[in-house]
Design a protein around this ligand. Structure first.
Ligand SMILES: CC(C)(COP(=O)(O)OP(=O)(O)OC[C@H]1O[C@@H](n2cnc3c(N)ncnc32)[C@H](O)[C@@H]1OP(=O)(O)O)[C@@H](O)C(=O)NCCC(=O)NCCS
Length: 147
């Protein structure tokens, strides 16, 4: 694997790259326009982005809190040609560490059915059905205790 660093995007350029990759992986394949990848909680969330030594974005993920003890991780997306090489795990571990530091005792995710195996490997267990995105992407709620 190329040398990968996890950063918190902060400059306009980094944030642009961050949202572009989120859109490219999670929205563009379903014909959704740029901008559709954002939501109001982005303003008060922790964002992380994995980059290579040339500072190119490889993967992204976000943490916000539903309560003082429950974190939620959303918008996990790794560039297609870098999937299955440990980058998603690196991002998830970074967000879990941050959640723990901020006081979370559990983390929930609303996992696409195609990503359930990824979260299971990291200790998340299904807790119930999740939402249906664009009338075609089924999700499953999953939870991990970290306290
Ligand atoms: C899901 C995703 C974030 C995982 O990131 P990744 O970098 O590909 O995953 P990793 O390489 O860190 O994989 C970690 C482990 O999970 C497994 N895994 C990864 N993706 C998986 C999947 N879709 N189904 C089953 N297992 C998976 C890997 O085999 C790996 O196991 P190993 O450590 O024994 O080799 C990434 O594949 C992705 O962006 N997918 C498309 C968008 C998406 O579905 N995002 C999640 C929305 S809820």
């Amino acid at each position: 694997m190329t040398r990968v660093t996890v950063i918190e995007p902060s400059s306009p350029g980094e944030l642009g790259e961050y949202y572009r990759l989120r859109w490219k992986i999670l929205r563009a394949p379903w014909g959704q326009p740029p901008g559709s990848e954002r939501d109001p909680l982005d303003e008060c969330s922790t964002h992380v982005m994995a980059v290579n030594s040339a500072h190119e974005p490889l993967g992204v993920g976000r943490l916000h809190f539903n309560s003082i003890s429950e974190g939620q991780i959303r918008y996990m997306a790794v560039a297609t040609n870098h999937q299955r090489s440990g980058i998603g795990t690196l991002i998830l571990e970074t967000l879990e560490t941050r959640a723990r530091l901020l006081g979370a005792t559990s983390i929930v995710v609303d996992a696409r059915e195609t990503a359930i195996g990824f979260y299971r490997k990291r200790g998340y267990l299904p807790t119930g059905p999740g939402h249906m995105l664009f009338r075609q992407i089924a999700h499953v709620q999953m939870c991990k205790r970290i306290g």
